[in-house]
Design a protein around this ligand. Structure first.
Ligand code: NAP
Length: 298
């Protein structure tokens, strides 16, 4: 078997079309959705990523402000900035970019992002709301996986999905997003042994572990669909996922590539969430988007 490639490009295109629609409707009411990205590092790849968000925002008609506090910013400074942005009626979406300065804990900062502006689902309140089925913004990466599955017509309702990784950014929100879509989910982690006993029982395997080559053909049931969230830069500069694509392609029915898969969709979703936050601010009432996909909400 040679797996079909689950490309992220058409999914991102569909999300961008929804952003364009939302932005046009807001523009007709004199509103420009505004995103603030808070940065406190001199890490060049972070700055490159943030500039790429700003470029995509400009193309989409979303105002994007980069607030660079520098690599020596204190926790208090960062907290004050996030609080001020949360209270600023001209700001609709807020992202706190990692890495942070030495000694500054992300957990101390994210509660200062107002949940209605938390467009990358970083505040624990957002995850808590998702967990109990209340409207909230999911982290863009977790939602990108769902958009990928929906766009490529991969059924999850009534199916067993194995998620490898239990971070607050991917694995945990994905558990709730997939539960809402009536999947049965197994969340695996570094103590799930042997990993293949869990993953081989699933018809969809989502891998978000940050371990290049972790999932091979022996972890995948014949005909299963595999979504690779991993983004790992090797010593030679190559960007690879967590899946050993060469072997998995031989058993899976479909596999998302890295690069060109899930990562392609996330920036478009950040802009979509910003436009939804702007709409909610205009109406001064919910509901915010939770697990809806571009086809159904947005
Ligand atoms: P993380 O916070 O480091 O979490 C990794 C998870 O994988 C943990 O739950 C860990 O288990 C689990 N894990 C590690 N080794 C494992 C093993 N051998 N077997 C089973 N599970 C294992 O990472 P993250 O932030 O979720 O990111 C995961 C990957 O997704 C990374 O490659 C990251 O770069 C990528 N990512 C991509 C995007 C994007 O495309 N835009 C965004 C975010 C993340 P324990 O909990 O037991 O330690």
């Amino acid at each position: 078997m040679s797996a079909v490639s689950l490309s992220g490009a058409p999914v991102a295109k569909e999300v961008r079309a929804q952003v364009a629609d939302n932005v046009a409707r807001l523009a007709s009411e004199g509103i420009v959705p505004a995103l603030a990205v808070v940065v406190a590092t001199d890490n060049e790849s972070t700055h490159w990523y943030v500039r790429s968000i700003a470029k995509s925002a400009a193309k989409a008609g979303v105002d994007c402000r980069i607030i660079d506090l520098g690599p020596t910013a204190s926790s208090a400074q960062l907290q004050a900035t996030l609080t001020q942005l949360s209270e600023d009626p001209q700001t609709h979406g807020i992202i706190l970019q990692t890495p942070l300065p030495d000694g500054v804990q992300v957990d101390e900062l994210v509660p200062h992002i107002a949940p209605d502006k938390d467009i990358d689902g970083a505040n624990p309140l957002s995850l808590g709301r998702l967990a109990v089925g209340l409207p909230a913004f999911a982290p863009a990466t977790a939602r990108a996986v769902v958009e990928m599955l929906v766009h490529h017509a991969v059924p999850v309702e009534g199916h067993h999905v194995a998620v490898v990784g239990r971070s607050a950014v991917v694995g945990k929100p994905l558990l709730h997003l997939l539960l809402e879509r009536n999947a049965s989910i197994t969340v695996c982690h570094s103590r799930s042994r042997p990993l293949e006993d869990y993953t081989r029982a699933a018809s969809v395997v989502v891998v978000a572990a940050g371990r290049p080559g972790l999932v091979t053909d022996r972890h995948v049931a014949p005909g299963a669909v595999v979504v690779d969230v991993g983004t790992n830069v090797l010593e030679d500069g190559a960007l690879v996922g967590d899946v050993d694509a060469q072997s998995v392609e031989q058993v899976a029915s479909a596999l998302s590539p890295v690069p060109g898969g899930v990562g392609t969709i996330t920036t478009a979703l950040l802009l979509l969430h910003t436009s939804v936050a702007a709409r909610a601010a205009v109406e001064a009432k919910g509901p915010l988007v939770s697990s809806g996909t571009v086809g159904s909400h947005g």
